[in-house]
Design a protein around this ligand. Structure first.
Ligand SMILES: C[S@@+](CC[C@H](N)C(=O)[O-])C[C@H]1O[C@@H](n2cnc3c(N)ncnc32)[C@H](O)[C@@H]1O
Length: 212
């Protein structure tokens, strides 16, 4: 009961604050500049990406948590383009096959319970010419000490941060689902503790032939 109270009434406010760390806001800016027209954002959170879209007409804001989306409402109402909330998980996307030009994920793939199923769905709904734009904290392949810490802390992190895994190799998992990277970089984000510091900022398509 106490845990439910934490999840519903405390965690959404912590999330809203932590996700505004300046290094993360800089990464949002870099990631979102090329997104145009209509885009699906998975794990919309508290709407912190909205100010960084420059040429967007409509965002499908997929967010399963009522309490978290509640904290996005003010940003949504003061936003110059349309935002349509979809209350669902990424494991079952309510979109037709090959229908979306852009899918955005900012620090969401760590939290999706069944990431393999969500990646299958993202691959299904993305147009052959479409792009997935992502920035995620990931497993540290190059530093054994940090990697061990990430494995050790993940069970605690999952409890404290709504299912968040510190130890996912997102690049590998996306490759296994057929995505092709047209751009990718690993960045150590300033001001973030070591187990969550390594960021993977990338763009991926369903084939190398039609990158945006
Ligand atoms: C760390 S937060 C990131 C929020 C936001 N993308 C941002 O950049 O601030 C992770 C988000 O993923 C959402 N989430 C959790 N499970 C999900 C799922 N199965 N499908 C889609 N989103 C999910 C959470 O509710 C939360 O809003």
């Amino acid at each position: 009961m106490l845990y439910k109270f934490y999840q519903q009434h405390i965690f959404p406010h912590l999330l809203n604050q932590v996700m505004q760390t300046p290094a993360l806001m800089d990464l949002r800016r870099e990631l979102l500049l090329p997104v145009q027209g209509e885009a699906l954002e998975i794990g919309f959170g508290t709407g912190l990406n909205l100010p960084f879209y420059q040429n967007v007409d409509l965002i499908y804001a997929l967010e399963p948590s009522t309490e978290i989306y509640q904290l996005a409402l003010d940003r949504v109402h003061h936003n110059p383009f349309q935002v349509r909330h979809i209350q669902a998980g990424a494991e079952k996307l309510p979109f037709a096959d090959n229908s979306l030009d852009h899918i955005v994920s900012t620090w969401t793939m760590c939290s999706i319970a069944d990431l393999d199923q969500a990646l299958k769905e993202m691959f299904r709904v993305l147009k052959p010419s479409g792009t997935v734009h992502l920035v995620e904290h990931v497993l540290h392949n190059e530093n054994r000490r940090i990697r061990q810490l990430q494995h050790l802390l993940t069970p605690v992190q999952k409890r404290l941060a709504d299912g968040c895994h510190l130890n996912r190799n997102i690049e590998q998992q996306m490759l296994e689902h057929g995505f092709v990277f047209t751009e990718k970089q690993y960045i150590a984000a300033k001001g973030i503790p070591a187990p969550g510091q390594l960021m993977f900022l990338a763009r991926a398509t369903k084939s190398a032939v039609n990158p945006v």
